[in-house]
Design a protein around this ligand. Structure first.
Ligand code: FUB
Ligand code: ZN
Length: 680
């Protein structure tokens, strides 16, 4: 049976109040109930159709997905099989399974489903059985079945390939989320046992110098720390020792030891093959490199220089954004100025010089990596997982600093590069998301199906990103119909939000404090695009003519958006109404002149949605030109692509029809499309 998180929190004694240190605290996913015309049908579809689709495909049940059942990996390990050479999928498939469990756990919070929960419990038993086959608690099915002597990438193992630490981190994260969603400790116990093993084994001398080659575990260990810190009684409910400070310390070790290695191998100059051979031959273990050395994973895995010295966000875009999510998450706990400076600096580099208008990152196909500053070609790579990383990183930066610009960019990634990652029927996915392409490559499954789990993780976490609190300030970050009860210093406040966003800009709130005449500030994010600040660093530009309207109980209030939040400080009474109108009329976006590839091109957008021209609607797309002086008009099309608003640009006898970028590739798989359109 599903337990509500409030029950879980109450049972373990967490005080659901704002902390005294002024930290921004987001509502937990189960403290927010979504009821929204745009998001509810989607979330419901993902919680049912997509959830089972992804699990079925990992099991290889769907023709054309996989030949082998991923879960058999756990069964074989449970039976004691080692080094047989049989393994289903890539070395990181354990991690993908755990990420899926995490995402589906969070969806269960919104949409309880006994059948799905039973299905997940069944997998958890198989994972627990695999772990029980070893006293140490070690579990990494690829290593155990294929490279058993190379655990953690040691003894000639290649951690960049093996993903042991990534897999383990994702198990930790899944354990935390599954406990929070269901109140069940089975997976948390497995996760804690594995975290204990890593804490005992990895760290400063005399422990082993092992850091994740694929980020994600950093934030996971912070989450585990936070859970046990918030809920110390939980220690008695799991049958393993708990050492919460050690989990944070391990995350910090991983972050601070990145970029500290024996200086070799030089991936860039030697090439992968030579570099891998050097590691496999165990050359880094030579005593001349000291007793606590390790090979470098290279700039690909953010491991050429230490994190605190990094000036720009580099390397594999998923790894980079998730590493920085972990740095920001750790900074929320340790308030270390070096962590805060690095997280801020790299986010600013990303958002100001390396982010695409859809919120995507990772311009370069080779190594799936960030390109140089202002290198933003329309045919760029842009993995779905990387945009998920942008969203997680941005949310953590808002939690760290309280600044709304981070939520602006989270929203951009959420509605565009991430949402396009799934088909309208919920069973086809994308990996690459270029802005202009000859056809949209949606697939039913992939040899590296990392994006569906990451998609599920973000979308299922999204209810928890809408509202936050800080002392007597209640933040509204996203415009999604929902209700929640927030605990401010001055007392509890119930807030109900209704909206037709993103199709229209009308948002209304009913504010009901537990006690009449409660004084607090309601801080509503006014998106950058609504203030003609398309990008906080001028990377993209647009102008909105219509005004933002804000009223309290029918009386207009000035919209002071100095920091991007409209603050309404007053004495609130039950049933007070706030109405906001955001200018979602279509607008034209251009890029900074520093972006050479986008010279002479423009994009269309309305509200948070970036649009594109698809060849099914635009004959002669190759020759389409946008007249930026023509006024683009929105047209409601309830029967098109699940119900959308198109943007029509009537330009003399020539009309362009644009659809939201997220909906591209749902009609004709061969259709070409363009976000960036040459201007007349
Ligand atoms: O590292 C494992 C997966 O391979 C990542 O999640 C993807 O981005 C791909 O690089
Ligand atoms: Zn991916």
């Amino acid at each position: 049976m599903m337990l509500s998180l409030l029950f879980v929190l109450a049972a373990c004694g967490i005080q659901d109040t704002t902390e005294d240190n002024g930290t921004v605290r987001f509502q937990e996913t189960d403290q927010v109930k979504i009821d929204d015309p745009f998001w509810s049908p989607r979330l419901q579809q993902w919680a049912t159709v997509t959830a089972n689709d992804v699990l079925d495909k990992f099991e290889g049940k769907v023709p054309g997905s996989q030949d082998r059942n991923t879960f058999e990996n756990f069964d074989r390990v449970a039976c004691g099989e080692r080094d047989s050479g049989w393994h289903a999928g890539m070395p990181w498939f354990d991690g993908l399974v755990y990420e899926t469990l995490r995402g589906l756990a969070d969806l269960l919070v919104q949409y309880p489903d006994t059948a799905l929960e039973n299905r997940l419990d069944g997998y958890i038993e198989r994972i627990a059985a695999a772990q029980a086959s070893e006293d140490s608690g070690y579990i990494n099915t690829y290593a155990q079945l294929v490279e058993n002597t190379h655990r953690w990438g040691e003894n000639g193992g290649l951690l960049r390939w093996m993903h042991d630490v990534y897999n383990s981190g994702m198990l930790v994260e899944a354990g935390v989320h599954y406990y929070k969603a269901t109140g069940k400790t089975r997976l948390l116990e497995v996760a804690t046992r594995l975290a204990n093993l890593m804490c005992d084994y990895m760290g400063p001398e005399p422990k082993h110098n092992i850091v994740p080659a694929r980020s994600g575990p950093e934030e996971a260990l912070v989450k585990l720390y936070r859970l046990y810190k918030d809920c110390p009684e939980l220690e008695d409910k799991v049958e393993v020792p708990v050492d919460a400070p050690a989990y944070l310390a391990l995350a910090e070790f991983w972050i601070e030891n990145r970029g500290h290695h024996c200086g070799l191998p030089l991936w860039g100059t030697w090439g992968n093959e030579a570099a891998e051979r050097w590691i496999k031959e165990n050359r880094y273990a030579d005593s001349k490199y000291g007793a606590h050395s390790r090979p470098s994973f290279g700039p690909y895995a953010q491991d050429s220089i230490p994190v605190f010295r990094q000036q720009t966000i580099e390397g594999h875009a998923v790894r980079a954004t998730l590493l920085m999510t972990g740095v920001a998450a750790a900074a929320i706990e340790n308030r270390n100025p070096q962590y805060i400076a690095a997280a801020t600096r790299l986010w600013e580099n990303m958002a100001g010089r390396r982010m695409f208008v859809t919120g995507g990152v990772g311009a370069v196909h080779f190594d799936e990596k960030f390109g140089p500053d202002y290198y933003l070609p329309a045919d760029a790579y842009l993995e779905t997982c990387a945009a998920v990383g942008v969203a997680f990183y941005s949310q953590k930066m808002n939690e760290l600093t309280g600044a709304p610009r981070y939520m602006d960019e989270l929203e951009r990634a959420l509605y565009n590069n991430v949402l396009t990652g799934i088909s309208l029927d919920g069973t086809r996915y994308t990996y690459q998301n270029p802005l202009n392409a000859e056809h949209h490559a949606r697939w039913t499954w992939h040899g590296c199906p990392c994006c569906p789990p990451m998609f599920l993780k973000l979308m299922s976490a999204m209810p928890g990103f809408i509202y936050a609190r800080q002392a007597d300030r209640l933040f509204v970050n996203l415009f999604i119909g929902s209700e929640t009860t927030v605990s401010l210093l001055s007392g509890k406040v119930h807030l109900r939000q209704s909206t037709g966003y993103p199709w229209n800009g009308n948002v209304s709130f009913t504010v009901s404090p537990a006690a009449d005449k409660t004084r607090f500030t309601l801080s509503i994010r006014i998106p950058g695009w609504a203030r003609s600040v398309e990008n906080p660093f001028g990377l993209y530009r647009s102008a909105v003519k219509e005004a933002i309207v804000l009223k309290v109980n029918g009386e207009p209030v000035p919209v002071n958006t100095a920091d991007g939040y409209a603050d309404i400080f007053r004495e609130w009474s039950g049933g007070d109404k706030v109405e906001l109108v955001l200018p979602v009329q279509p607008r034209v976006i251009t890029a900074s002149p520093a972006v050479e590839q986008l010279d002479g091109q423009a994009a269309l957008a309305a509200g948070p949605l970036v649009y594109c021209l698809e060849s099914c609607d635009n004959v002669g797309l190759d020759h389409a030109r946008l007249d930026t002086l023509a006024v683009p008009e929105a047209l409601s099309c309830p029967d098109l692509l699940g119900g959308i608003r198109t943007i029509m640009c009537v330009q003399g006898c020539d009309t362009l029809t644009a659809i939201p970028y997220y909906a591209v590739g749902n009609r004709d798989a061969g259709a070409a499309y363009k976000v960036w359109i040459p201007v007349k």
